[in-house]
Design a binder for this molecule. Sequence first.
Ligand code: UT7
Length: 375
Amino acid sequence: MKKYAQIVGWGMYAPQRILTNHDLEKMVDTSDEWIRRRVGIGERHICAPGEATASMATRAARAALEVADLSPSKLDLIIVATVTPDYQFPSAASIVQDALGASHAAAFDLNAGCAGFVYGLYVALGMIGAELYRNVMVIGSDTLSRITDFQDRSTAVLFGDGAGAVLLTATDQPTGVLSCVLGSDGSGAEALLVPAGGSRHPATVETVQNRQHFIRMNGAEVYRFAVKAMADGARQVVQMAGLQIEDIKLVIPHQANIRIMEAAAKALKLRPDQLYCNVERYGNTSAATIPIALCEALAEGRIKPGDYLLLVGFGAGLTWAAAVVQWGAPVGAASTPWWRSVLHDLRGREAAVRSLTLRTRRRLDSLRGADGRAD
Ligand code: UT7
């Protein structure tokens, strides 16, 4: 029997610290009025010094496990979509795997810019559909504040930090992720990139002095690409699912700019109630915008079992991705009793003990020369 991938858990995390447009007015030559009118952002969340992509991803994933009431040991695969991993390597996903105590999970990062979360959904669908894995966690997590040039007004106002996660599980019911389309046009790579720090231009004193470790963007070019990619991708994926745009209950687009979302909505002739936007409160959190918006739409009661959702993103690459999802899981407070939080909190502590034990054993092995190197 064919296997489908259904979302059974979801969670998000946004750091406590908020950076408002008025705060930015003190940092660069900008205004609250310009940012709201041209981009639609009012504020964004910014990581504290001890936080980063993997720690945010872990919090979002823990929340998703709690909603699904699944033990981390049952996870088969963790995918973290990100452009801001904690390190060049190891992957943020491996750090998340350890922090969750997901002892049987494979883990890797996926870089498809802001389209990464929907790319991750398609990978999960493929793995589950091929019956290779049963439970896959897909996380979008980004710490763009660490690669944002707060001296450049054209980008400083756009970005924020956050994470969102969904847990997909195998089902025989023809529901969940119904169709997906992924795309890439690398001829547009230079429109949105961090010039240095990779293998082409490794870090030097000059790259640091020239501020080449921060995001550089041709905003107008990305804008034009985004509207077309979102509208084309959306039409294609809806058709693949055997649906019409009118059948979609909620479109959850990548949250980069309210004007991009409204232009794509106009091209698709969406009703106002079909478009979900929360860019005003988070800014662009890259791979995290779609899962964060999904979590908020669920919390607001905008999604019910049986509804068709359209998730559509675009980003650095240039890339785009769209998916139609039929919602299948129960939604609402009744599905998360209080004791579940206690149980999952204990599992979090167990994961910390497990990690400490493994680290200690590794240290002792190396002191004892247990690998034979001391002989
Ligand atoms: O996740 C994917 C990542 N990126 C995106 O999706 C971004 C796509 N692009 C955009 O959202 C828009 O192009 C921006 C928001 C980046 C810029 O908006 P725009 O309407 O395309 O403005 P613009 O770049 O054409 O600039 C218009 C004016 C310029 O002044 P002049 O040359 O007309 O005098 C800019 O210097 O606005 C000025 N400007 C600003 N003014 C105040 C640019 N940034 C700011 C600012 N505050 N922060």
